[in-house]
Design a protein around this ligand. Structure first.
Ligand SMILES: [Zn+2]
Length: 248
């Protein structure tokens, strides 16, 4: 499984739990035919060897599984940063980044569904509560990225949503622009469509996940001693969020 969720470097993917490969900065990786670099200029291999130093920059940044026959195409992504310096256009046009199926939304077995109004936890907070971006080509998913700030769902019981989430309501789609990649902090040359689903303050939402009681001292103003119900998404036990309607 290659879930393509962009995330901070860590031992395992925060959503699917797969071991994340930290690639060696070694041009030997080029032996993988699946990289689809064959259409590149003849001297590309030599140039790539130089560019391989850039691999460490992105290495471990994308959720890909070790010990999977599916992983060589993912190397193409990792190399993206390096390719960018050696004329990646040809390479990109060949669709070197293989698309994958969208990772199914995996909520925990003891998940419950709560409906309520999404509210920010702090008045000083601006912007969206959750932003989920999915970059696709015609056939499947290339990359995903999710930004979340912990937020409150006004319901009975009132609860805080945090951790790994997936937005299940319909995203709005547009053509991916180069400036979008910069905005999203994606240092990889990809093209396709950008789907975005956003949860904002005041949205009526339906959240599905497991509820636990946590001590969140920083939230003591919401409940005595800061003890609150929290729906905290984790690997293979995410919180699914659907936006039902906007208040505004
Ligand atoms: Zn993953």
């Amino acid at each position: 499984m290659i879930c393509r969720l962009l995330q901070e470097q860590s031992g395992a993917c925060i959503e699917c739990g797969s071991t994340i490969v930290s690639l060696p900065d070694d041009a030997k990786l080029l032996k993988y035919r699946d990289m689809n670099v064959s259409a590149a200029p003849r001297d590309t291999k030599a140039k790539l060897k130089t560019a391989a130093g850039a691999v460490g920059f992105i290495g471990g940044y994308i959720g890909i599984a070790a010990a999977s026959v599916l992983w060589p195409p993912a190397i193409g992504i990792i190399f993206g940063g390096g390719i960018a310096t050696v004329g990646y256009a040809t390479w990109r046009n060949r669709g070197a980044i293989a698309d994958v199926e969208l990772l199914p939304v995996a909520t925990p077995k003891d998940a419950v569904e709560i409906r309520g109004i999404a509210r920010k936890l702090s008045d000083s907070m601006n912007g969206a509560l959750v932003e989920e971006y999915v970059i696709r080509n015609r056939y499947g998913v290339l990359l995903r990225k999710t930004n979340i700030v912990p937020f409150l769902v006004e319901a009975e019981p009132k609860l805080v949503v945090d951790g790994v989430v997936r937005v299940t309501s319909k995203p709005s789609e547009k053509k991916l622009k180069k400036s979008d990649l910069e905005t999203l902090g994606i240092p990889i040359p990809v093209s396709g469509k950008l789907g975005s689903a956003v949860i904002r303050e005041g949205d009526r939402v339906r959240v599905t996940g497991a509820i636990a009681t946590e001590m969140l001292p920083e939230l003591a103003f919401h409940r005595d001693a800061g003890e609150v119900n929290v729906m905290r998404g984790a690997a293979k036990a995410v919180v699914a969020i659907a936006c039902e309607e906007s208040e505004s």
